[in-house]
Design a protein around this ligand. Structure first.
Ligand code: UDH
Ligand code: NGS
Length: 353
């Protein structure tokens, strides 16, 4: 009986301790719950349907580029508005591609397979911010069959490469002698009137890459992309070859005063561009011979594009002529601009020799 008060005290202290611990536990739980409610809201949004997710992504892109137009939707958190720059190795690339030209392709088929395009053949990824804004310039006349294949193969590749890009088909008006390099200069000038491109890819209409790891973007040196063509047995025809498909950043292009305007007819203009690049101390960057494989659509020689007899003399004097002949001296007239879903076609009068 003498131990009863002592037992009671012990019991009382134990009970108080248990009550205190319970109170502490409840307080910590409440604080933790309140701090995480914001995170849970984000999680719920991410579980929504792909359409809603895509819409959110689009809102994010708009916000990133136009801070003055912030969305009024209060449940889009600050973290969500910030899209990351696209990765160096885009996740949807597949590597080697099967490229062949036996099945006919229609523009309607290509349009139906590329519904994410904006008018004029424009695209930007919604899941990340593209590393570069790329204008793709195609010199063109009477090659509609080739253009269909080019668009059929290239649009999906460029989208998998997560580029912010636009396609510019520069169509020489009339039937006078063809001038490839001048059309490329015009493409540069016209594309820049439309968007703040920082990279320019110049591609013949009949060349299709056979591997989507051959990035249609710019590097720290001018890039030659069509390094391993089927018609040359998948190798370079000569070490200085810079024809077919190439890319230059705006800075690299301006450093060489763009391309020559006075190569009328076939040949030599790509060698002149090579001379310009090397005379300014730049080198040519290239993918390896496997990634750089590409197919050319076989065709006959074009009308009004016979080999230019002046080409050898001109490429022997690039260093003396390049400062006065180039983007700084470019003149032309725009005849028509057509905005298709798949491309912007600019018909131009380039003059004659
Ligand atoms: N191009 C046209 N139309 C023309 C000429 C050229 O669209 O009438 C464009 C087209 O993008 C072409 C590029 O300019 O891919 C280069 O033309 P090119 O003639 O220098 O090169 P290509 O590889 O032909 O098309 C080389 C001569 C082919 C001889 C074939 C003999 N079997
Ligand atoms: C060279 C031409 C280049 C031409 C290359 C490949 O001889 O313009 O052949 O031509 N240079 C000169 O003529 C000076 S191809 O076989 O693709 O028709 O790009």
């Amino acid at each position: 009986m003498r131990d009863a008060p002592g037992n009671f005290n012990l019991l009382h202290r134990t009970c108080s301790l248990v009550v205190l611990l319970c109170f502490l536990h409840i307080s910590v739980t409440v604080i933790y719950y309140m701090r995480n409610s914001d995170l849970r809201q984000t999680f719920v949004q991410n579980q929504q349907s792909p359409q809603i997710h895509r819409k959110l992504a689009e809102q994010r892109v708009t916000t990133e580029e136009s801070p003055q137009r912030l969305p009024s939707v209060s449940n889009v958190t600050e973290t969500e508005r910030k899209l990351e720059t696209c990765p160096d190795n885009p996740p949807r690339l597949v590597g080697p591609l099967r490229v062949e030209f036996s099945d006919p392709v229609t523009l309607d088929l290509v349009r139906s397979e590329n519904q994410a395009l904006q008018p004029g053949g424009r695209f930007k990824p919604t899941e990340c911010i593209a590393q570069q804004k790329v204008a793709i310039i195609i010199p063109f006349r009477h090659r509609d069959e080739h253009l269909k294949y080019w668009l059929y193969y290239l649009h999906p590749i460029l989208q998998r490469q997560q580029l912010d890009y636009g396609i510019y088909v520069i169509n020489q008006d009339g039937e006078d002698t063809f001038n490839r390099a001048k059309l490329l200069n015009i493409g540069y000038a016209e594309a820049l009137k439309e968007y703040d491109y920082d990279c320019f890819v110049f591609s013949d209409v009949d060349l299709i890459p056979m591997d989507d790891r051959n990035f249609y973007k710019c590097y720290n040196q001018p890039r030659h992309l069509s390094v391993s063509m089927d018609k040359f047995g998948f190798r370079l025809p000569y070490a200085q070859y810079f024809g077919g498909v190439s890319s230059l950043s705006k800075e690299q292009y301006l450093k060489i005063n763009g391309f020559p305007n006075n190569y009328w007819g076939w040949g030599g203009e790509d060698d002149d561009i090579f001379n310009r690049v090397s005379s300014k101390g730049m080198s040519i960057s290239r993918p390896d011979g496997v990634i750089g494989r590409c197919r050319m659509i076989r065709h006959d020689r074009d009308k009004q594009n016979d080999p230019n007899p002046q080409r050898f003399d001109r490429i022997a004097h690039t260093r003396e002529t390049m400062a006065s002949d180039g983007i700084s001296s470019l003149t032309y007239n725009v005849v028509n601009i057509e905005k298709d879903q798949l491309f912007t076609k600019i018909t131009v009068d380039v003059g004659k020799p």
